[in-house]
Design a protein. Structure first.
Length: 280
């Protein structure tokens, strides 16, 4: 429950698994299905040394047949839930067209038809995970080529997308986008999703309103014993680039480990005071 539990408001929610042993992945997928996850995703994109030592993540780009075995096991364990694959366009000296298409064809052969493609190679030697998210050049064109030549597959674009608007512009003709760092570092960009994608009003008019809307959730989780720092970690960049943004991050980052809801309220008060001064 501590590792896999989630709140009902988080639906639809995917469980990402890493590994290269089909039987264990199948068992993990069954557990994920029992917990009520809406999607099971296989990680074929992480380049870290620790992940490589466990023979999973991006190094599996070299073993499409094994990835297909793993994907088939996930499908068998997922109880009818969608199984997807998150991958790179290749690793090291691989030719992206060969590597990406081979992986896509392999998993499609076992019924997995959705790939989320980080449009960069991963260099398994010489670059850190952070550098692997920034240094290898983006190649959106190869992702579009995959969709054109494999139109029955659902292809989602990931990598270097700075906002929902940017992602949608780069992904014309594809089936979706995935935001990673942009959503984590500047989460207020997610306020644009409903208007741009669904033609619906944003769930909050401003970052401050989003904090207030989130307050009841934080209070409920604090009452269950969750620490504040775990609950607000993804909120630290909410005011990035706005008046009071640094005050917000500092106040929450420096809050005591046993802090409660008052720390969140105090941080928001600092931001709003700074915003008022900037507007005066």
């Amino acid at each position: 429950e501590r590792l896999l539990g989630f709140d009902a408001t988080e639906h639809p929610i995917a469980l990402q698994l890493g590994g290269s042993e089909p039987d264990k992945l199948g068992a993990a997928a069954r557990i994920g299905a029992e917990f009520g996850y809406d999607e099971i995703n296989l990680n074929v994109g992480c380049p870290s040394d620790r992940v490589q030592s466990g023979r999973f993540g991006a190094c599996l780009m070299r073993e499409p047949a094994l990835v297909a075995e793993c994907a088939a096991a996930l499908r068998a364990g997922a109880g009818g839930r969608p199984v997807t694959v998150k991958c790179r366009i290749g690793v090291d000296e691989q030719e992206p067209r060969e590597a990406l298409f081979a992986l896509a064809d392999a998993v499609a052969g076992v019924g997995v038809e959705t790939l989320i493609v980080h449009a960069r190679k991963a260099w398994l030697e010489g670059l850190s995970p952070k550098e692997n998210r920034e240094i290898p050049p983006l190649d959106y064109a190869i992702v579009h080529a995959l969709k054109r030549e494999r139109p029955s597959l659902q292809i989602h674009l990931n990598g270097g997308l700075t906002s929902p608007a940017h992602g949608l512009a780069e992904a014309v003709g594809l089936d979706g986008i995935m935001l990673g760092r942009a959503a984590y570092q500047t989460p207020r960009v997610l306020l644009d999703v409903d208007p741009l994608v669904y033609g619906a009003p944003a769930p909050a008019a401003s970052p401050a309103e989003a904090v207030r809307a989130h307050r009841d959730y934080v209070a409920a989780k604090l009452a269950e014993g969750a620490p504040l720092h775990a609950l607000i970690k993804s909120m630290l960049g909410l005011f990035h680039g706005l008046p009071g943004g640094r005050l917000w991050r500092r106040a929450l980052s420096e809050a005591p480990r046993d802090a409660g809801l008052e720390a969140l309220d105090a941080a928001l008060a600092l931001v709003e005071a700074q915003s008022a001064r900037a507007a005066a």
